[in-house]
Design a protein around this ligand. Sequence first.
Ligand code: FAD
Length: 390
Amino acid sequence: PAPQHPFALLDLDTLIDDEEKAIRDVVRQYVDDRIKPEVGDWFETGSIPAKELAQEMGALGLLGMHLEGYGCAGTSATAYGLACLELEAGDSGIRSLVSVQGSLAMYAIHAFGSEEQKTEWLPRMAAGEAIGCFGLTEPDFGSNPSGMRTAAKRDGDDWVLNGTKMWITNGTVADVAVVWAQTDGGIRGFVVPTSTPGFTAREIHKKLSLRASVTAELILEDVRLPASAVLPDVKGLRGPLSCLNEARFGIAFGTIGAARDCLETAISYSIDREQFDRPIAGFQLTQKKLADMALELDKGYLLALHLGRLKDKHVIRPEQISVGKLNNAREALAIARECRSILGGNGITLEYPIIRHMNNLESVFTYEGTNEMHTLVVGEALTGLAAYRG
Ligand code: FAD
């Protein structure tokens, strides 16, 4: 019999409708034509044409695509998830660019911004003419952002921001930063044009993961903003955490894309590669690896689709998104490592996508809430006991 694609094993295409398939196919084509041929080089050199890519993906309607109005495409959450899946089949860094733009920066402005902030930024961000970043993490506060030191103080009507943000995706290419800071009234979000005096972004070098993605440190030194810069409609950690839920939802899908690309590569390689006078795919040990990975891939995809349907019905809960992020990032990483072994020596070069996905997934395992933090969210949901603090 002819080899079947892992998704065909369970006829998983029957779970998505024609419009979702059409969106998926457009993104897959873009990734095949534009991203896959070049991303190995971008990863190797640690540089991407971020502005160009943002404009191209804006023209395709991929930026803030599940948001309504202000030039956004207004698709279903599931369609957005499928787009993330296809983008991450290209590279987790490209999906990160889109996630940070749409689910973090644009979502924050869309959900909590003033009418003036929305009309100023969202149409340009949807078109990819302006890039956004999202500054929550600090050098000393990652998993526990409630301790953040970045502070915004009033000076007359103005706000003055001081502090440092760390690991900020899109940082040096951003036109606008959504920055979270402590105020006398708790944590608030600020819309900061990156051209404001006192704002500096420094790229983080020597990364061995997400190399086809810009990661930066943001330094805010007496950044003076008008009263209108604060996001008016949210106070406290609920603001950044609801943005993170949006992005984590996309990661539950995206990681399946990276894993799918690894498994497709490993299956075709193992069919072509001969040792001991037969394809290595014909050995039972290889088949066990492939079968186990196809099971996890398909289960992860089913989980992501289920979350998509819950989100489209507006009934999804944060711990459900944690289940998706925790499971799919973990299993995608395990799949990438196993696929790497099937390629033998060839598995360690950028000639094949697997080790790039594998290294990228180490970041995805950690960002947007670490594997451990999501485990604790699920643990709390199951027991009613929060175990974050001693
Ligand atoms: P820590 O919080 O110091 O954690 C270290 C380890 O301790 C982890 O294993 C963690 O799970 C564990 N740990 C911590 N607390 C507990 C506990 N209570 N119980 C058990 N274990 C615990 N942030 C942004 O704001 N914007 C971005 O755009 C962004 N992009 C990123 C891009 C990349 C490539 C990377 C690597 C990170 C990015 N981040 C971003 C930051 C990311 O969200 C943080 O790295 C993450 O939240 C973890 O924080 P930390 O690195 O400080 O690790």
